[in-house]
Design a protein around this ligand. Structure first.
Ligand code: CO
Length: 159
C-alpha cells in the first residue's frame, strides 16, 4: 500500500513537471521574449535604454505607453528603429513628413519599425520583422518627434 502511494506521488509529480514544460515554457517564450513594453513620459524620457531582440523571434512587438498627461502635439512620442548610420536621415525625413505622418517618411526602407505618435494616457504597438536585422549592423531606437531623439534613444541588440 505504501509503495503504491509513493508510486502515485512520483507519477503525479512527473505529470505536473511535464505539463509545466509543455504549457508554461512556450507561453513564456512567445509572450515574454518577443515583445517589450516601453513607457514614455511628460519629461521626454523612455524608461529603458536598451531593446534586446532574440534571433529566435520571427516577429518582435514594441508596445509603447505614454504615462504623462501632455497632448501629442506638445509632448508626442513614438518608437522608431533604424540602423545607427541611418538615424539622422530618418529623423530629417521624418521632420519633413510632419505630424500628419507621425514624423516618419512613408515607405522609407531605412525605417525598420515605427509606431504612431501618441500623447499622454495613450498606448500603441508596432511589429518588427526580425529577419530585417543583421548581426553585422548596429541599430538604435528613438522618438522621431522634433527635438526628442537626443534624449529619447537607446540601443537595439540582436542576441
Ligand atoms: Co518624444
Amino acid at each position: 500500500m505504501e509503495t503504491t502511494k509513493r508510486l502515485f506521488a512520483a507519477v503525479l509529480f512527473l505529470f505536473i513537471v511535464a505539463l509545466y514544460i509543455l504549457i508554461a515554457t512556450p507561453e513564456v517564450n512567445a509572450a515574454g521574449n518577443c515583445s517589450v513594453n516601453i513607457e514614455s513620459t511628460d519629461a521626454m524620457q523612455f524608461n529603458t535604454s536598451e531593446i534586446v531582440i532574440p534571433k529566435s523571434c520571427s516577429k518582435y512587438t514594441v508596445n509603447l505607453k505614454h504615462t504623462g498627461k501632455m497632448p501629442k502635439n506638445m509632448m508626442g512620442h513614438n518608437v522608431v528603429i533604424s540602423k545607427v548610420k541611418d538615424q539622422k536621415a530618418v529623423i530629417d525625413e521624418g521632420l519633413k513628413a510632419g505630424a500628419d505622418n507621425n514624423y516618419v517618411k512613408q515607405n522609407d526602407a531605412r525605417v525598420l519599425l515605427a509606431t504612431k505618435i501618441i500623447g499622454g494616457g495613450e498606448s500603441t504597438s508596432a511589429v518588427l520583422a526580425v529577419d530585417k536585422l543583421s548581426e553585422n549592423d548596429e541599430y538604435v531606437f528613438f522618438c522621431s518627434f522634433p527635438g526628442h531623439a537626443f534624449a529619447m534613444k537607446g540601443t537595439v541588440k540582436l542576441i
